[in-house]
Design a protein around this ligand. Sequence first.
Ligand SMILES: [Zn+2]
Length: 182
Amino acid sequence: MAVTWEEAPSTVIELAERIIERYHEHLLDARIAFIMRSEAQSANGKLTLGKAKKLSAEMQVHIPFDFVIWLAKDYWEAFLTPKQREALIDHELSHCKWDGFTASMKGHDVEEFSHIIERYGFWWPQSDEFATAVQAALPLVSTRKEGGVGTIDFGRIAKDAAREMQEAGLDVEFNPAGARGV
Ligand SMILES: [Zn+2]
């Protein structure tokens, strides 16, 4: 089925506004458009639930926004808990850098394979901040059925603890097939 796009509902905008006020104050005067993509993006076994992009000066001639963030409408409506919705929007907003004039993008703190973490742990230099975040998030993992970041239930539960840690690490990688915000 062809992918279709539509404006985000006001519930999405209101949630995003709350998250910006709470965690991303520097984005208060950035112009951010939220849109819904009819279905999650699937490529190379990875499911993408959302994506943030900056609009170039060229695009802004006709599109009066600094960033555009799309969210997968199918997952948003059918699978994501309120906490996961918040995590997804917070994740995408974290990609948006804004200095008051210029939009730019920020990459993830961590990009790693589950099996490398399983084999070597948090092996990379300056991994302390990530390790601390994982430790703080572990209670959320153990209570995954009650909700918490990375608790999406696809009918299968990720088996290994390393993956669970990654889920809790806000990289929004959820299930064995792999689902994430990019
Ligand atoms: Zn991302």
